[in-house]
Ligand binder design. Structure first.
Ligand code: NI
Length: 183
């Protein structure tokens, strides 16, 4: 695999706090290339030999704005077993329903744009149903749960200019932890 030529914006970059715009179809060649690049980058970041070779921090999701493209697109790469992956390409997503139950990542969320250790909990819905479009513009619905539901909500936040750290009060980073289930 060849490392894609992308630059991931750091949290200090103001573009990460802008609301991304809806995607129009058909996708341009450039949009398609960016989607493929994001997926390849995430896969390589999860494969030890590449992560080591290129000094990559492992990530499972990227929103287009993180590579400087202010469009409502995100991708998630889930490792199913050793070096087998499931890709999600999500365009113009809307959460159409969600569980009442909320959960959080006990060890804290991570983000390829946040290059420091951040403590604290970010409550997320345990299960969500999302309506979105695929790369051909076809609408579909997808129901996700647990860690993938968290990843979806983290990435949808990016489309709205929100970083996970924006949800954490540094003076009280574990506020109301007892109200949510830790995963
Ligand atoms: Ni992120």
């Amino acid at each position: 695999m060849k490392l894609p030529n992308i630059t991931i914006l750091d949290e200090a970059d103001k573009r990460l706090h802008k609301v991304s715009i809806p995607v129009e179809f058909p996708l341009s060649k450039y949009d398609k290339q960016n989607i493929q690049d994001m997926i390849t980058y995430l896969k390589m970041s999860q494969i030890a030999k590449y992560a080591e070779k290129y000094n990559l921090r492992a990530g499972m999701g990227l929103a287009a704005i993180q590579i400087g493209i202010p469009k409502r697109i995100f991708v998630i790469v889930e490792e199913l077993e050793d070096e087998t992956f499931k890709d999600y390409i999500i365009i113009n997503p809307k959460i159409i329903s969600h569980s009442e139950e909320q959960i959080y990542v006990g060890e804290g969320e991570g983000c390829l744009s946040v290059n420091r250790e951040i403590e604290g909990i970010v409550p997320r819905f345990a299960r969500i149903t999302v309506e979105a479009q695929d790369t051909d513009g076809n609408k579909f619905r997808i129901r996700v749960r647990e860690d993938i539901a968290i990843a979806f909500q983290h990435e949808i936040d990016h489309l709205n200019g929100i970083l996970f750290i924006d949800h954490i009060d540094p003076r009280n980073p574990f506020k109301d932890a007892e109200k949510y289930r830790e995963i």
